[in-house]
Design a protein around this ligand. Structure first.
Ligand SMILES: [Zn+2]
Ligand SMILES: [Zn+2]
Length: 323
């Protein structure tokens, strides 16, 4: 049994039934903790990436007690993250501290995370990345990996003036008669590489990004399907395009598993290509409300001690029968 940590890359490419594509993402950064409304409906808070939002023109309202509301019209698009930076102004005469108090659970002990709820979020994160796949098709070639020659419109021929003043047909000089050529925009992968990069970067555990010495670990980064390099504007993420053309089928989802602290989650599944099957998986880590992908952890690292005590070695045995 072997695990692939580039599995997230692969799940984006799974053959999936047609799923709703009409969703956008929104992230509002604000000077204070505030609630975010979409067309008057509260959908979350500032500082978190809000997902599965309707496409199209919407009104975003940011509000916090003691501050004046902020309103802006934005256009949400499937697969695109809209970022807003908002500075809320204090209301005249409002009695609020400079920095609003953090959540009012200062007196209370922080509540232990609700395992079922978190497990639900992990599943959502996983299925979400599957669903996003459709939005990742290259718009230039519509996923076909080739584009028609725009001079001959795919015919491979062009009409030119003949020496005698009439017209004659010759082989298209632009495409040398082929009629089409590999899509340059997506490097003939059929996928929107730019969007994929953004998606990956957003999903990556921020601490992982920090601790990863990109230059030193470039090789292992490429092994994971991600090559990162340090540029003027920070890290640049590029993907191994071979990865994007890999196709396989998920046979079944094996497991969703949370560790005891509800800090790490493993998602494992079984897949196959041409009759050969194996198990793959990813590890997600929780930071506050969001689960992030940690590529350098293996699902085997996520231990659920209490469950193992209860079930003894049964679990181990079950896992080994996968192959
Ligand atoms: Zn393309
Ligand atoms: Zn042509």
């Amino acid at each position: 049994m072997r695990y692939h940590f580039l599995a997230v890359a692969l799940i984006l490419l799974l053959p999936l039934p047609a799923l709703a594509d009409d969703e956008g993402k929104l992230l509002v950064e604000c000077n204070v903790q505030a609630s975010v409304k979409l067309n008057g409906i509260t959908i979350g808070e500032t500082g978190e990436t809000l997902i599965e939002l309707p496409e199209g023109k919407v009104t975003v309202t940011v509000s916090a007690t003691g501050y004046e509301d902020y309103e802006e019209k934005v256009t949400l698009e499937a697969g695109r993250l809209v970022k807003l930076e908002v500075t809320l102004k204090r209301k005249e005469g409002a009695d609020v501290p400079d920095k609003p108090e953090p959540e009012p659970d200062k007196t209370k002990k922080p509540e232990p995370p609700d395992r079922d709820k978190e497990l639900g979020k992990v599943k959502q994160r996983y299925t979400k990345s599957q669903r996003t796949r459709k939005a990742l098709i290259c718009k230039t070639c519509k996923g076909r990996t080739e584009v028609y020659c725009k001079y001959c419109k795919g015919s491979g021929k062009e009409r030119v003036l003949s020496g005698r003043g009439g017209m004659m047909t010759i082989r298209c000089r632009t495409c040398t008669g082929k009629g089409k050529w590999p899509c340059k925009k997506c490097k003939a992968t059929g996928r929107d590489l730019g969007k994929i990069k953004i998606l990956f970067w957003d999903m990556l555990d921020p601490e992982y990004k920090e601790r990863m010495d990109i230059t030193a670990n470039k090789d292992s980064a490429i092994d994971m399907g991600i090559a990162t390099s340090k540029g003027k504007k920070g890290f640049k993420l590029t993907l191994d395009s071979k990865l994007l053309t890999k196709k396989f089928n998920v046979v079944k989802e094996l497991e969703y598993r949370l560790d005891d602290k509800c800090e790490y989650a493993a998602v494992t599944w079984e897949c196959n290509i041409k009759g050969e099957s194996w198990s793959e998986g990813i590890v997600l880590r929780r930071m506050g409300k969001v689960w992030y992908w940690v590529p350098d952890k293996s699902p085997g690292d996520v231990k659920e001690t209490s469950k193992q005590e209860n079930k003894g070695t049964r679990k181990q045995g079950k896992k080994e029968t996968g192959k």
